[in-house]
Design a binder for this molecule. Structure first.
Ligand code: MLC
Ligand code: AMP
Length: 492
């Protein structure tokens, strides 16, 4: 089923869908249906068909949602890109995904025109202008029927080795997730979600948009996260979701207290570990226990603490309905209760594979169809899952993934650098911070500032190391592998 066709019958046409930070109604449910229909019709008339790819990189605006819905409705595969990505990073995505169309904003138009034929680049501003003309308005676009396995969205996720991979996420994957989350979070049609997440990841795009769309509830839509703005709007909302960094920043706001949360029903956290300290301080200040859940690009959401029922601090809760979870221990056997090992997931929420990477897809699934997450976890006797750490070499900073391998390759390519190692160190606000350890070539001198300046022209800002340390040589084990644990202890 096309996921849009599971939203549409639940729409209450005259109800607000999007509210601005001033609480004005930006779009009603009727508006989004009509406007996304006009865009879907326009894209179809341009010649885009089911399975074609549309890449989008733009600031978060209400119109980004219209474009996303238009893609869902017309069967076009939507590929959103993080707005921090720079030319070199974008080049890879464009070459790999071979999009039929790129939609971007005016500021980014030139970047894309250097990478792909001009006729394949459209600005969101001109798209909206064209589809607002009376002759291009389409009141009754017929949403394309899709099978559950048809690809709705492709999200790029980097690997611990090699280049980013496009995770192909189907209409069925998305539908199963929104149904199970509606149950476990007891989502209500009168809910008002305070949405401040970016909408190019599963968190802000799928969880943040699908829950209201599926339940015909409203969104207060902020273009980015600002702790003071979020706290000031809590009295008008009922649900808030964010990465742990958001909660750390909100706790710094003096005005955060239980009185302003009177209207709130729940606070949800995910994408990175929520520290017990943050959970406890938040409860003390607001009276609310943050609901922690666990997810991934490839799987959507897998587990969540229940809204009512026991929330176990430090755990990411119970497997969602329809999702199977198991742990494989070091010896390769299915683990017993409370035994640590790699978390494996199976269910309708799990993606179909990586774009044009069959071998890598096969490597990431077990013979009986479980996806190997690369996360280390344990499951207790009540089936609550605790994430213990990661098998994969990955840093999560402020809820964003940074793959050390990618940053190391860029540092290594700089003149004067012999080799490097990139590690994550604990950070009070971002959870982890990216740090680089650099070995210069014999007789060459490089400063931290010089290295950072060069990196900033190549890599998205959140991947830039917060600190660079210099060593004479990298510590290695007998196999020649860099001893990252030693480096984390030395510099941490
Ligand atoms: C920005 N900066 C970061 C950063 N974001 N540094 C480390 N980690 C980050 N995540 C740096 C910039 O480089 C810049 O540095 C400075 O902070 C200010 O930039 P900014 O853009 O103004 O920052 P800010 O708006 O404060 O953004 C921080 C943030 C944002 C935490 C609000 O990163 C954010 O919204 N994160 C959420 C990401 C998310 O949605 N994750 C879900 C992924 S899905 P300088 O030096 O230039 O000043 C997933 C699956 C799942 O993981 O389970 O959900
Ligand atoms: P991404 O690849 O960006 O989708 O990030 C997915 C990864 O984020 C997972 O594999 C986990 O390592 C991590 N993650 C998500 N939610 C949580 C959580 N609640 N606690 C700990 N780690 C999490």
């Amino acid at each position: 089923m096309n996921i849009y066709n599971s939203f549409k019958p639940r729409f209450v046409p005259e109800k607000p869908f999007l509210l601005s930070s001033k609480l004005d109604v930006t779009y009603s449910y009727m508006d989004i249906d009509q406007k996304s229909g006009s865009i879907a019709s326009y894209l179809t008339n341009l010649g885009l068909k089911e399975g074609d790819r549309l890449m989008a990189q733009m600031e978060k605006t209400p119109e980004t949602i219209l474009l996303y819905l238009a893609c869902l409705r017309s069967g076009i595969v939507y590929i959103p890109l993080n707005t921090s990505y720079l030319t070199e990073e974008i080049k890879f995505f464009v070459n790999d995904a071979e999009p039929s169309l790129i939609v971007t904003d005016r500021e980014r138009e030139k970047t894309f025109e250097l990478l792909i034929e001009k006729k394949k680049v459209l600005t969101i501003e001109s798209l909206i202008e064209s589809t607002s003309k009376p002759e291009n308005q389409e009141k009754s676009f017929l949403t394309k029927e899709m099978s559950d396995s048809s690809i709705a969205v492709m999200l790029y996720t980097s690997g611990t080795t090699g280049n980013p991979k496009g995770a192909m996420i189907s209409h069925g994957n998305l539908l199963s997730n929104v149904i199970s989350l509606t149950k476990i979070w007891k989502w209500e049609k009168n809910d008002v979600l305070l949405h401040s997440l970016p909408i190019y990841h599963v968190h802000g795009l799928f969880v943040g948009l699908h829950m209201p769309l599926f339940n015909s509830s409203a969104i207060i839509y902020l273009d980015k996260f600002s702790a003071s703005q979020v706290v000031s709007l809590l009295p008008k909302a009922t649900v808030f979701m964010g990465v742990p960094t958001y909660y750390v920043r909100m706790l710094r706001e003096e005005s955060l207290n239980s009185a302003i949360c009177n209207n709130m029903r729940c606070f949800i956290s995910g994408s990175a570990p929520l520290l017990e300290k943050t959970f406890n301080e938040f409860k003390k200040r607001t009276g609310f226990e943050i609901v922690e859940r666990y997810g991934m690009t490839e799987t959507g959401m897998n587990t969540s603490n229940p809204l009512s029922g026991e929330k176990k601090i430090g755990t990411v809760g119970l497997p969602l309905e329809g999702t199977q979870v198991r742990i494989r221990n070091k010896e390769g056997h299915i683990a017993k209760d409370n035994e640590t090992g790699e978390l494996e997931i199976k269910g309708r929420n799990v993606f179909g594979g990586y774009w044009r990477k069959e071998r890598q897809t096969d490597e990431d699934f077990t013979a009986d169809g479980f996806f190997m997450t690369g996360d280390l976890a344990k499951v207790d006797e009540d089936k609550y899952v605790t994430i213990i750490g990661r098998k994969k070499d990955l840093i999560i900073s402020g809820g964003l993934n940074v793959y050390p391998k990618e940053v190391e390759s860029v540092i290594d390519s700089l003149p004067g650098v012999k080799e490097s190692a990139v590690i994550g160190l604990p950070h009070f606000e971002f959870g982890e911070k990216v740090c680089g350890i650099v070995i210069t070539e014999k007789g060459k001198q490089l400063s931290e500032a010089e290295i950072l300046r060069k990196l900033k022209s190549i890599l998205a800002n959140f991947k830039i190391p917060k600190e660079i340390y210099f060593m004479k040589e990298l510590p290695r084990n007998s196999m020649g592998k860099v001893k990252k644990k030693f480096l984390r202890e030395k510099f941490g």
